[in-house]
Design a protein around this ligand. Structure first.
Ligand code: DC
Length: 226
């Protein structure tokens, strides 16, 4: 039985978060951004003294995971938002400091297992849009719809630079491109659930496409098959 899940995977700054949010809105589905979950675990580590990639070990993070409360709660706007230890981390999740440490944290088996369990528990009878790196391959190999969204490295660097809060102030296109390339390298070469398209995923190269075109392609297919 295929699950009522639209899995949207792809590399950093490919535009998948924007696409996923709009697809969920158009279809009245629940939207889950799993990158934010990995970022929240990273922030929890930083709040407990983790400052370098070398400090991101299974042992340290097993202990951190034992002591955090990560959940969805209703925010002041009445919307469901990720909550860490009773606070809404919001924009902190997109800080350059979190961005620099999140890929090493995402290589850890204990972190991936913890989040995978939670991600799977969110599926039910309701239509779910889940966005990340391994949703179609590892979290929901039986998802009914799978998309792998990408764009050229130059296009992705440009998009990231235009996304406020994610890069250090004054960063150049070259610096941003190098940071994205390094994240891609760690995400695609890690031992557990590396970034790669599921064999049955629809590949969408969004270079030169508008967001609306991408959203339209996905929603048209889903509506047709629902
Ligand atoms: O999509 P994002 O940039 O917010 O993701 C942040 C990091 O989290 C990314 O470098 C890889 C990791 N990640 C992952 O390993 N698996 C996911 N399903 C989602 C994100």
């Amino acid at each position: 039985m295929k699950q009522p899940v639209i899995a949207i995977d792809g590399p950093a700054a490919s535009g998948k978060s924007t696409v996923a949010a709009l697809v969920a809105q158009a279809l009245g589905a629940l939207n889950v951004n799993t990158g934010a979950m990995f970022r929240a675990v990273t922030l929890a580590g930083m709040q407990r003294g983790i400052t370098t990639a070398a400090m991101c070990t299974e042992e340290r993070f097993r202990d951190i995971l034992d002591h955090i409360t990560l959940t969805y709660a209703t925010n002041a706007d009445g919307k469901l938002e990720l909550q860490l230890d009773g606070d809404f981390p919001g924009a902190k999740l997109r800080s350059p400091e979190v961005a620099a440490l999140v890929s090493p944290v995402a290589t850890l088996g204990c972190v991936r297992d913890y989040l995978k369990q939670w991600q799977r528990s969110l599926a039910g009878t309701h239509l779910l849009v889940m966005e990340g790196r391994d949703i179609g391959t590892a979290v929901f190999p039986d998802a009914r719809w799978k998309y792998f969204i990408t764009a050229s490295p130059e296009e992705r660097a440009r998009r990231r630079l235009n996304q406020s809060g994610e890069t250090f102030t004054g960063a150049t296109l070259e610096q941003v491109a190098a940071e994205i390339a390094e994240r891609d390298r760690i995400d695609s070469t890690r031992a557990i659930a590396p970034l790669k398209p599921a064999p049955d995923a629809v590949l969408i190269d969004t270079t030169g496409m508008t967001i609306e075109d991408v959203v339209e392609q996905i929603t048209r297919q889903v509506r047709h098959e629902i």
